[in-house]
Design a protein around this ligand. Structure first.
Ligand code: NDP
Length: 281
């Protein structure tokens, strides 16, 4: 039976550390959160992020615009946050309404305040191995791997999914850690042969229980980023068939309680890092 990688415990420990760090800082870090429209799930995410900030001693500045706000209004708010010295991190909650150009809005966020790491400069810096803020979910996965003592140098890592939010930055971070990385996507042929080579397998595709035991090498570390609703039970489940894979994996993250809790913890970490002006590579 594989070891369980407890993301909830790791996230709680990190958040406690961050709270202590904030208490010693000369200036209070501040996170601005911009929500456009009235998507219910987005509103919950924003509330959770603001609560997490409060618990860590980080100031939060939430602004909400109506669903019919035009791009100019959104860009003006971003500019205001860019210029505000009390704001060290800016988070634009996605998805934005369809009539707004998401890339243009993300590009408007000042790179040193881009705590989601989605802006083109942050992505480029990650690609080039230069200092910058890294996307929270893959950064959270790296934290879990480090804390679990997983040796990455020379390891074969396979990432399922190539989104700019998870898959691609995940692959870059694993590469920086000297893993040999393969990225798979919907056009990948003979997927099972590739995943079975992985010492570290990261699933980020958004398909309930897609990764089954026969796709996993015995002893592999399996990281499940997926957050899906099981079509049969309506319950939350990952991209990995946890029940089947846990018997063959060396270590595995559950859903919920694995990667998910790390994402908010890394958002706090990025905001503090931005406030300290110490961007890591
Ligand atoms: P996207 O839908 O943006 O990307 C999915 C990727 O998976 C695409 O690259 C797609 O390939 C690939 N893919 C889809 N089906 C297959 C398949 N059958 N075989 C191989 N590759 C496939 O999703 P995200 O990256 O945004 O999210 C992925 C999952 O992670 C979702 O469940 C999401 O809810 C979850 N998530 C969890 C977070 C957390 O905090 N834990 C944060 C963000 C996301 P192609 O490019 O060819 O279409």
């Amino acid at each position: 039976m594989g070891r369980l990688i407890d993301g909830a415990a790791a996230a709680a420990a990190l958040r406690a550390q961050l709270r202590d760090r904030v208490a010693t800082m000369a200036r209070r870090p501040g996170l601005a959160v911009l929500l456009v429209g009235d998507d219910a799930a987005s509103a919950v995410y924003v509330r959770n992020k603001i609560r997490a900030c409060e618990e860590a001693g980080i100031a939060s500045f939430a602004e909400r615009l109506p669903a019919d706000a035009d791009e100019g209004q959104v860009l003006r708010l971003v500019e205001r946050f860019n210029a505000d010295p009390a704001v060290h991190g800016i988070l634009v909650q996605l998805p934005l309404p369809k009539h707004i150009d998401t890339n243009r809005v993300l590009a408007a966020v000042a790179p040193h305040k881009d705590v989601d790491g989605f802006g083109i400069e942050s992505q480029g810096a990650l690609m080039a191995g230069q200092p910058g803020l890294h996307p929270c979910t893959p950064a959270g996965v790296m934290h879990l791997l480090r804390k679990s003592g997983v040796a990455l140098r020379g390891a074969r890592a396979v990432v399922l999914g190539r989104s700019t939010i998870v898959g691609k930055p995940m692959a870059m971070l694993l590469l920086q850690a000297d893993a040999t990385v393969t990225i798979c996507h919907s056009g990948t042929r003979e997927l099972e042969n590739i995943t079975r080579e992985a010492d570290v397998l990261v699933a980020a595709i958004g398909r309930p229980r897609f990764v089954t035991a026969r796709m996993v090498k015995p002893g592999a570390v399996v990281i499940d980023v997926g957050i899906n609703r099981d079509p049969a039970t309506g319950k939350l489940c990952g991209d990995v068939d946890f029940e089947g894979v846990q018997h063959i994996a060396g270590a595995i993250t559950p859903v919920p309680g694995g990667v998910g809790p790390m994402t908010i913890a890394m958002l706090l970490a990025n905001t503090i890092q931005a406030a300290e002006g110490s961007l890591t590579t």
